[in-house]
Write a protein that binds this ligand. Sequence first.
Ligand code: ADP
Ligand code: MG
Ligand code: ZN
Length: 609
Amino acid sequence: MVIGLAISQAAPGLAQAEKQTLTYGQLWEKLQSGQVVKVDLYEDQHLAKVKLADQKSKEAPYEVELFERNPELIETLRKNKVETDIVRTSGDDAITGLLFNILLGFFIITGLLLILRRAGNAPGGPGQVLNFGKSKARFQMEAKTGVMFDDVAGIEEAKEELQEVVTFLKKPERFTAVGAKIPKGALLVGPPGTGKTLLAKAIAGEAGVPFFSISGSEFVEMFVGVGASRVRDLFKKAKDNAPCIIFIDEIDAVGRQRGAGIGGGNDEREQTLNQLLTEMDGFEGNTGIIIIAATNRPDVLDSALLRPGRFDRQVIIDLPTYKGRLGILDVHAREKKLAPEVSLEAIARRTPGFSGAELANLLNEAAILTARRRKEAITPLEIDDAIDRVTIGLTLTPLLDSKKKWLIAYHEVGHALLMTLLKNSDPLNKVTIIPRSGGVGGFAQQVHSEDLIDSGLYTRAWLLDRITIALGGRAAEVEIFGDAEVTVGASSDLRALTNLAREMVTRYGMSDLGHIALESSSESEVFLGRDLSPRSEYSEDLAVKIDHQVRQIALHGYEQARKLIRENRLLVDKLVEILLEQETIEGEQFRQIVAEYTHAPVKQPVMPS
Ligand code: ADP
Ligand code: MG
Ligand code: ZN
């Protein structure tokens, strides 16, 4: 067959159905009998093509499989004066080369396609090169979010405000009948993880309308015009699916004050923002589209966004209070298996400052720990470990007995004892010398009262005790090991107490300088980005006095701490002994020991070298 022949000649490595073969022995025989006229040796493939004297010239040569090395064959061929060709360009090489070329071509084409697609993302924009792989707007659409108001807890006021939006979407006639204009947008303002996205989804879920979402950062692209075109696409899609919700996350990424910001204006962002404003103005209030945007930086937003007819409703979503945390824990405990001893109230009490997302994460961590420990249900132990893990860090393996371990034990017992002895202090939860990731050698932890945290009404006495407690670690080090042995481990304690003492003087009017506020920075303002540096409203003379007052407060705390530790030296030693043995002392046990342990013989600690 002609084709078979052609292929078998071009690519001798490929098996052909009709090829004729000889064994090595047969070849040897034919050689001896002088029947061989020509041999092509394909050494790389261990193949010889043999032309015999009785073959027609157009007939395919016989193929012979060769061994690794064939010096005798070549020798014999030469002796018998057979025409011999050694073919080096093997078929294998040809195939490898072909594959390589195909791969190279593939990469080049893929690369080109990628470049073209990027450029093509800007239909109509100046960045458009080809209309290749046309713009795929990067917004998500969920026909049904499946989230209900019941799934959102702890932000009741916000929920109530937005309840109305659900009615707008479900029964617009109720409003339009009396001539009310339905608002176009609501702006959710609050720190990350407080449930802004969740709430927006819940509105869509309650109203049973589709949910379109996009993040502000996705609007801002490399090519000018892409963002604007995405806004256009998004609104077009939304109009086709009205009634619906459009959710714009991180709106500050596009909605910053125009013409402001580092490095001057950003053309792309401004175009995107303008397009957004145009689209918002472009539809009537009753088309059934409601735009919900989220940000934690409302202060940087362009004022045009906040005008009536745009995001005219602002809903503040704050970190949850104790009650809110309890509600959120309730929601997330629904699908978790909790042992009956687990008290959500206790968790809520121990997690001030946690956002909804952090609480959800906490319960999830506890569930993971439970599964890892092969338990049936989450017990308080897993909750405890999860809280520590989230707030302080991963547990590391305990230190071996060493001087370091002793130092840490005395330091932490110093804190813990003061937490227990001082009248205005919140009680000790536990003290431990099991190290944590992030350089934490151990810690003493309090249970804070929820009323105090949520109201923020800390008294002067409470603050002073807190400062004394913060100095307890260092005080214990000095009392036991002497001035020369103190460690750098107290640096974060010192920083915390200095800040506290300074605030007492400058913001709360709790020093001899009188009842005046000297500085006006507060955390919430920092969070809002309005006043990043505290404004000083005092003279240099007063600054010196402030420093003096701060030092006085710290010094007083330090002296009190040292005095208490000195007076209770035996108790301290006993507690350290137990702590070194157990590695953790729970608050209850700690208080018991403190209550029991009174007059006992002096025992010097023996430190391992
Ligand atoms: P944000 O958008 O404010 O950053 P998310 O809505 O994305 O926060 O919240 C992330 C997750 O945290 C939610 O999916 C939910 O599981 C949980 N979460 C946050 N806030 C709440 C809340 N108020 N109620 C219930 N779960 C919440
Ligand atoms: Mg979000
Ligand atoms: Zn400390």
